[in-house]
Design a protein around this ligand. Structure first.
Ligand SMILES: [Zn+2]
Length: 388
């Protein structure tokens, strides 16, 4: 399994200059070869061939001596990017490759001869190591690295690793996890997971500053200062959220053989104009991505149930559908069987039921202990023990 770690890089002036040159040279090689390939294709109908064009690199170096400053392996990687672009074009997956402009995200690949030591990375041809913020330990075998520059001028280190699957000891526990409105999520064990306080605090600060920003004159000095501060906070919130989601997903995957989640539809996400709802949806989607990856890594099963399943409106005891349940109803009483429901907990129980029937179809011989679904009893009080 391949996995990419992303770390923010902090470069001094000399390092920044060096990386900019490397990125520029890779872009130059890419565009130059594309120019030749385009001409050959349009005039003679000659198709792209990776090995043929790779052979042109020494000639380019002769013709453009400044390319000698560049790391040759990075330039070869640029030829590979072009190769991928052409392959996609010939497969009909994308249009004819386009020339790369400075405005787009720029990067340089470093496939070999780099060294990561603690929170520093050494790369060929650069004398000093570059510092990065190592917010997570790197697990797995490091394959290659690349450095990316964003349109706002920030640099990131991407570390590609190969991880072997590390199946955890089997368990018979299954849990359903549902997105919450007043907290991050609810588990079918009755547990409610709150959003971390520091995360809420940073989000509040962003909202406050955005309000201030709307009162400032666009383009003024104060306006620019605020925009910068908001961008910084966004980055902070992103890191805090990722950290929280990583820990939580690892915990849930570690505890359960199968995890059932509700998958939000993408259309609803785009339409949503409410900022905090938008953030909540985005982190829910990211959370599912993390669960998916970790399920694969640790030999677990993730079942996704689509949003069309009315998990909130069904009574988890008798199956009655309360069509007029409002979003603001946190608790409700079933008119048919009289049971009192906590909205979110009831929804996770329904999700669990639905997920278990799907699990039957998905799980093969791998974990037969999860197969018997009939006769599963769903406890009704919040805080009940895990369901087997
Ligand atoms: Zn009922």
């Amino acid at each position: 399994m391949h996995y990419v770690y992303r770390f923010r890089l902090y470069l001094n002036r000399e390092q920044e200059e060096f990386i900019n040159i490397q990125i520029g040279h890779c872009r130059f090689v890419y565009n130059k070869l594309l120019e030749i390939a385009k001409r050959n294709y349009e005039q003679e109908g000659k198709k792209w061939n990776y090995y043929e064009y790779k052979k042109l690199l020494p000639k380019l170096k002769e013709e453009f001596p400044f390319l000698k400053e560049a790391n040759s392996q990075s330039m070869q990687e640029a030829v590979k990017w072009l190769d991928r672009a052409f392959k996609n074009f010939f497969k009909g997956l994308s249009g004819f490759p386009k020339f790369k402009s400075k405005k787009k995200i720029n990067s340089v690949s470093i496939p070999q001869h780099f060294k990561i030591e603690g929170n520093k990375v050494r790369i060929p041809k650069l004398k000093t190591p570059i510092r990065f913020i190592k917010h997570r330990e790197i697990e797995g075998k490091i394959r290659s690295i690349s450095i990316t520059k964003t349109p706002t001028g920030k640099f990131y280190l991407n570390v590609l690793v190969k991880r072997e699957k590390e199946p955890l000891p089997k368990t018979e526990k299954v849990v359903a996890v549902d997105v919450g409105l007043t907290h991050f999520c609810t588990l079918s064990t009755g547990e409610k997971i709150e959003n971390p306080k520091h995360l809420i605090k940073t989000e509040r600060r962003i909202k406050k500053l955005q309000k201030q920003l709307s009162r400032k004159k666009k383009g003024s000095k104060r306006f620019k200062i605020l925009v910068k501060r908001i961008a910084k906070l966004h980055e902070k919130v992103r890191n805090q959220r990722n950290d929280f989601l990583h820990k939580l997903s690892k915990h849930i995957i570690g505890d359960n053989q199968a995890v059932i989640v509700e998958e939000l539809n993408v259309k609803g996400l785009v339409k949503n104009s409410n900022l905090s709802k938008h953030i909540a949806d985005a982190s829910w989607r990211r959370f599912i991505q993390f669960l998916e990856y970790k399920a694969k890594l640790y030999g677990r099963v993730l079942i996704k149930v689509d949003t069309f399943y009315p998990s909130s409106k069904l009574c988890s005891v008798c199956g009655f559908k309360k069509g007029d349940l409002k979003l603001s109803d946190r608790e409700w009483e079933c008119p048919r069987c009289g049971i009192k429901h906590d909205r979110d907990y009831n929804a996770t129980l329904n999700l669990l039921k639905e997920g278990l029937t799907r699990l039957k179809r998905v799980v093969g011989v791998d974990c037969p202990e999860l197969m018997p679904v009939e006769g599963v009893t769903i406890p009704c009080e919040a805080g009940s023990p895990s369901i087997y």
